[in-house]
Design a protein around this ligand. Structure first.
Ligand code: NAD
Length: 261
């Protein structure tokens, strides 16, 4: 329970990796604010389960990561209702797959807004609170695509490279305030985000579903296996520890060897 007394905001935590982050932090005693879209009853069930299972306070905030004012309001609400904002995990993300000449402009804007700009707005609102307390942990969820590209993912690759640069910059600005800012870059994790990209990848590459699974997704990772959300969350937990206070501005790959290859 090394996070007892700490409060965390995790964006995009109604499913996938974000939900795993929320469960891992709550299991160590942190109060959590979850966020994201989805079925209202299912979200309320997850929120209540976090409280019942771990005995922590869990709030849900519906802030839309394309709206800077809603992001700022969410951070202010967490500070008021949870008592502090000690840990922020920027995780909300979407993906769109299409060749650059066919890439819809509104999809470009949405992918950049939800993945990259939301991370900036979140940091902008949370850093003053952390500086005042001289302690903070900011974790950004980038991707193997913060380091390497794949065809047909112009916006996603640009956004994730941007997150890596933003993370390093804010790490430098906060380094003397007891705040660490690090990036986690997962390879393929089996979540709705990956599942939903399969039809567009089939179209863009002229492949069957099986070929996308084996020759694109699993082929990228020398382990030939998907990463599990809980494995990503375990890395985030480590970065929240006091023992990790010297780690800042880093970009951690958790990708089954993808970027090593
Ligand atoms: P997911 O689709 O399961 O989760 C995405 C979350 O973001 C959901 O909670 C969704 O409601 C939320 N979201 C989407 N648009 C939003 C908006 N406008 N405002 C607020 N919340 C919004 O996907 P995931 O795979 O768990 O992705 C989480 C993060 O991990 C993303 O940033 C993604 O890019 C990154 N990532 C995923 C993989 C992977 O293979 N799944 C690999 C590398 C990085």
């Amino acid at each position: 329970m090394f996070l007892k007394g700490k409060s965390a905001i995790i964006t995009g935590s109604t499913s996938g990796i974000g939900l795993a982050y929320a469960k891992a932090l709550a299991a160590e005693g942190a109060s959590v604010m979850i966020n994201g879209f989805g079925d209202a009853d299912a979200i309320e069930k997850e929120r209540a389960a976090l409280e019942a299972t771990h005995g922590v306070k869990a709030l849900y905030d519906a802030a839309d990561m394309t709206k800077p004012d809603q992001i700022a309001a969410m951070v202010a609400r967490a500070n008021a209702e949870l008592g502090s904002v000690d840990i922020v995990i920027s995780n909300a993300g979407i993906q769109h797959v299409a060749p650059v000449e066919e890439f819809p402009v509104e999809k470009w804007d949405a992918v950049i807004a939800i993945n990259l700009s939301s991370t900036f707005h979140l940091m902008r609102a949370a850093v003053p609170l952390m500086k005042a307390k001289k302690w903070g942990r900011i974790i950004t969820t980038a991707s193997a695509h913060s380091l390497v590209a794949s065809p047909n993912k112009a916006a996603y690759v640009a956004a994730k490279h941007g997150i890596a640069g933003l993370t390093k910059t804010v790490a430098l600005e906060t380094a003397t305030f007891g705040i660490t800012v690090n990036c986690i870059s997962p390879g393929y994790v089996w979540t709705p985000l990956v599942e939903n990209q399969i039809p567009d990848t089939m179209k863009a590459r002229g492949m069957t579903r099986e070929q996308v699974m084996n020759d694109v997704l699993l082929a990228a990772q020398p382990t030939k296996a998907f990463v599990h959300p809980e494995q990503v969350a375990a890395l985030a937990l480590f970065l929240c520890r006091d023992e990790a206070s010297a780690i800042t501005g880093a970009n951690y790959s958790i990708d089954g060897g993808w970027t090593a290859a």
